[in-house]
Design a binder for this molecule. Structure first.
Ligand SMILES: [Fe+2]
Length: 371
């Protein structure tokens, strides 16, 4: 490790994290502790159909917004915030995957601060207290319940607008493995590899610290061990619990450390060809590791202790073992897309935290290797 004398570290986590199988039943008590009298539920149709809202025993919501789509957008956020106001809500309980929880964060911005969502773009504009917010993830992937980020699609521009502030993370995150057992294997695999990508990119990222390294390395180790089991047998509550905890730890790590080149390129694959976020990350991850290896050899060495000498190869093998495609060409990306994807990646905010500077040619090289 380099000398600490020339280092600056900063680490934030505002979220109380509760883990328990069946822990959804604790939400009513947590909401009351946060002063929530009229909680408003934000969720999606899948959660509704699976009857997962029934697990929130004793919670008396003043309203429910069940219409969050796969990729949430500004109009949805503003519609949900308006409904919250209409119902006289005083805070949010979000139950769902990354899109639901990101949407809830953005709804909280509009609900708490007023105006339109676009009024609150930019750095530092959100460092004010928002309404009480409890999040229950139903996937083990994004870590959105603890992260400082929310991504919302601007429907007109086909862009994702990022919002960043530590105030966006939930006041309380309830990790209940029982909520995740109905995830089908491909979703378990993709979201799990998104979490793995958070862990690996956090290790390499510019704002990494000993705290984030410890969380990220532990998460990477656990995901490698438990993800194949969760994919193979969705009912394995032990594997589901381990994955939920690892995704959460990876979320805390990347929220503080940053991500990097893999996320920068994956965002474009999602925007241009609708490749699921976790799948795009999984396909690009080994190539991102190869690209960053020389720039941060001590970080690669940290990962070698988990994966052996060939970290990139071990990650590709994990993706294969989880039944996901291993090449971009098998995930709806076409050869003629690669230059546009390189250009998209060059302008993506995630690239700022990559340990090695990447030119457009570098990005094209990574995409070609992954194709
Ligand atoms: Fe991600």
């Amino acid at each position: 490790m380099a000398d600490t004398q020339d280092k600056y570290y900063e680490f934030r986590l505002r979220t109380k994290i509760i883990f328990q199988s069946g822990g959804s039943a604790l939400v009513a008590e947590e909401a009351a502790r946060l002063g929530l009298r009229r909680p408003f539920i934000i969720t999606d149709r899948v959660v509704l159909r699976l009857g997962l809202l029934d697990r929130l025993t004793g919670l008396e919501p003043c309203g429910t917004f069940p219409d969050v789509p796969q990729d949430s957008e500004v109009s949805i956020v503003e519609r949900a915030a308006a409904l919250m106001k209409e119902r006289g809500a005083d805070g949010i309980v979000a139950l769902g995957g990354g899109s639901v929880i990101d949407t809830a964060k953005a709804v909280n911005i509009v609900f708490s601060l007023g105006g339109r969502l676009a009024d609150h773009e930019g750095v530092g504009t959100l460092d004010v207290p928002l309404a009480p917010f409890v999040a229950l993830p139903t996937t083990a992937g994004t870590g959105s319940e603890v992260s400082q980020h929310a991504m919302v699609k601007d429907a007109s521009a086909r862009l994702k607008i990022p919002f960043t502030s530590h105030t966006l993370a939930a006041d309380t995150a309830v990790l209940d493995p029982a909520l995740t057992v109905s995830m089908p294997p491909p979703v378990t695999a993709a979201t799990g590899l998104d979490a793995m990508t958070h862990a690996i990119e956090a290790v390499f990222a510019a704002n990494a610290s000993p705290l984030t390294d410890a969380l990220a390395a532990g998460a990477a180790r656990d995901i490698r061990e438990w993800l194949p089991r969760a994919v193979k047998n969705g009912q394995d509550l032990d594997a589901r619990g381990r994955m939920l905890l690892a995704a959460n730890a990876a979320g805390v790590a990347f929220s503080n450390a940053g991500v990097g080149v893999v996320h920068a390129l994956a965002h474009g694959c999602g925007a241009l060809r609708g490749v699921p976020h976790g799948v795009a990350n999984a396909l690009l991850l080994p190539h991102g590791v190869r690209f960053n290896r020389t720039a941060a050899p001590e970080k690669h060495a940290l990962l070698e202790r988990i994966f052996g000498e060939d970290v990139a190869g071990a990650l590709a093998a994990l993706t294969r073992a989880c039944g996901l495609p291993t090449r971009l060409r098998d995930a709806n990306v076409r050869p003629e897309d690669l230059p546009a994807l390189a250009e998209y990646g060059e302008h993506d905010g995630a690239l700022i935290f990559n340990p090695r500077e990447a030119s457009r040619e570098d990005l094209l090289g990574i995409l070609q290797a992954a194709f």
